[in-house]
Design a protein around this ligand. Structure first.
Ligand SMILES: [Fe+2]
Length: 497
């Protein structure tokens, strides 16, 4: 691909950004995002060694700024370690998270909701038929084949599993499938917001993401345990850390942390460093729709299904370190001692284990030993083509390193995202990129699929519901909307249409 071919696109994009920026400031939505660097999914992960690079000294000052009552924090730490010790591996992923699409349509039971909120993950079966999901996969294979001459990017490059493809017709069909939209509407309403908050949890908007078609066998590129949507931003950004205020306040308050409170999330900045692959918007549920029959051990999703407990531990972890000589107290000289007595408060060092700017928040046995990742991170239940899986934005998750099955292990990443001011601005920018055939704003930039044959376009999308979720039609104000929801929808409609 030669540079001269890129220029017209880049020039028209620059013009678009300039126009959108002027329009946005006039209409109240934030201006367009800066394009991100070209690359792949591999850029958001780094193989951390036991020697993590130190963060700048200002991160030590940040710790002191955050912790106002050190003893209260120690109390929380001890409480969380105790709970983690007792976290049993009866992890009810199988029982708690399996629901049918009919369950979603009828409303989940109290017991189901309780379990799903504890685990932070759900599998919805039957909304999309297996035939439909398999036809999407076939269509994507053909799309890859027919466009191979344009250079289809994948990771790992010699035997791709993750494709830098966002705009294939099958992805558009999946994102706008009525059962997918209905499922997202329901799952978003499991979140609550204070009265008057400018958000509509019952108005899903599309967030374009890539896809995975993974052949059997081990992969040189695997996604170890991590949390999406920022790393050190959780502490560094004042708005983001407010989402975890109860945990950082210390004492027993961490047990009152509500991971489904949407209100503080609106002021969180998850992407302070404009990092490719970093989800910059409020995305309550990341998710995928399966395109294959995939069992545990076949390259599927793994999760640590104790949402509140793992969140409390992750947020407290930077404020504690092993005491000098603590290894000497351990039975094994190599295992990290887990007993609370081996750990002490650390408000002096800039250490934020597993948190590197521009990367996902990562967890390893060395950085987060009390999570006992080898025991508590478990594979999700078997999935069939068409099954939808969603997990909470704070949930620790991974992709199995091995794929020992016979067929491919394939998914389309499709999250559930509500309408907010910031998400509407993203939707506007995403639509513009879609029309140009380039990657969505949060993803590695470049020319993407601009020259691809048969890529999806908005001209082929007819249903109002589908057009609305993509930002092509005005949003409806629900009759019972409160002032916050009503004002939001009206102002977004005024800005976008
Ligand atoms: Fe992830």
């Amino acid at each position: 691909m030669s540079r001269p071919r890129l220029r017209p696109h880049m020039q028209s994009l620059i013009r678009c950004y300039a126009t959108a920026s002027a329009n946005a400031s006039a209409q109240g939505l934030r201006g367009p995002r800066r394009p991100k660097k070209e690359g792949t999914i591999a850029d958001v992960f780094t193989l951390l060694t036991s020697e993590e690079p130190l963060l700048p000294e200002r991160f030590a000052a940040l710790k002191k700024e955050i912790v106002t009552d050190p003893q209260a924090l120690v109390h929380s730490w001890h409480g969380v370690l105790k709970e983690l010790e007792n976290a049993e591996q009866e992890i009810q992923v199988e029982k708690s998270t399996n629901v049918s699409f009919a369950d979603i349509q009828n409303g989940l039971s109290e017991e189901q909701l309780k379990e799903i909120k504890r685990a932070g993950v759900i599998v919805v079966r039957g909304g999309v038929s297996a035939e439909e999901a398999l036809s999407w996969k076939q269509s994507i294979r053909e799309y890859i084949q027919v466009n191979s001459k344009h250079g289809v990017k994948g990771v790992p490059p010699d035997r791709p599993a993750f494709y830098e493809i966002y705009n294939s017709p099958a992805q558009i069909q999946a994102r706008t499938h009525p059962a997918v939209i209905e499922t997202q509407k329901y799952l978003l309403t499991l979140w609550k917001a204070s009265s008057g908050t400018p958000i509509s949890m019952r108005t899903p908007v599309s967030y374009f993401d890539r896809l995975r078609i993974r052949p059997p066998g081990p992969s040189v590129f695997t996604l170890g345990p991590h949390i999406d949507g920022g790393s050190v931003e959780r502490w560094e950004d004042p708005g983001f850390r407010k989402c975890f205020r109860k945990i950082l306040d210390g004492g027993d308050k961490w047990t009152e942390h509500d991971p489904f409170d949407a209100t503080p999330r609106l002021n969180a900045n998850r992407d302070l460093y404009n990092a490719p692959n970093q989800c910059s918007i409020f995305r309550p549920w990341q998710g995928w729709t399966s395109l294959s029959s995939t069992r545990a051990g076949e390259g599927t999703l793994r999760v640590l299904p104790f949402l509140n407990l793992s969140t409390a531990y992750v947020m407290l972890r930077p404020f504690f370190r092993l005491r000098d000589g603590a290894y000497g107290t351990s039975v094994s000289s190599t295992a990290v001692p887990l007993d609370a007595g081996a750990w002490e408060l650390d408000l002096d060092s800039p250490a934020f284990p597993g948190s590197l700017p521009r990367k996902a928040q990562q967890m390893r046995p060395e950085t987060h030993p009390h999570l006992r990742l080898d025991k508590l991170v478990v594979s999700i239940p078997n999935v069939e083509p068409g099954d939808q899986v969603y997990w909470h934005c704070d949930l620790i998750h991974a992709v199995e390193a091995e794929h020992n099955g016979a067929g491919d292990s394939s998914v389309l990443y499709i999250p559930a995202v509500p309408l907010t001011q910031d998400n509407a601005a993203y939707l506007r920018d995403q639509l513009q990129n879609f029309e140009a055939g380039i990657p969505p704003p949060d993803f590695p930039g470049g020319i993407g699929e601009a020259h691809f044959t048969h890529r999806g376009t908005s001209a082929s999308i007819n249903s109002v519901a589908a057009r609305r979720i993509l930002g092509l039609e005005p949003f409806d104000v629900p009759p019972d909307a409160d002032e916050g929801e009503k004002d939001l929808i009206q102002s977004v409609n005024a800005a976008l249409f």
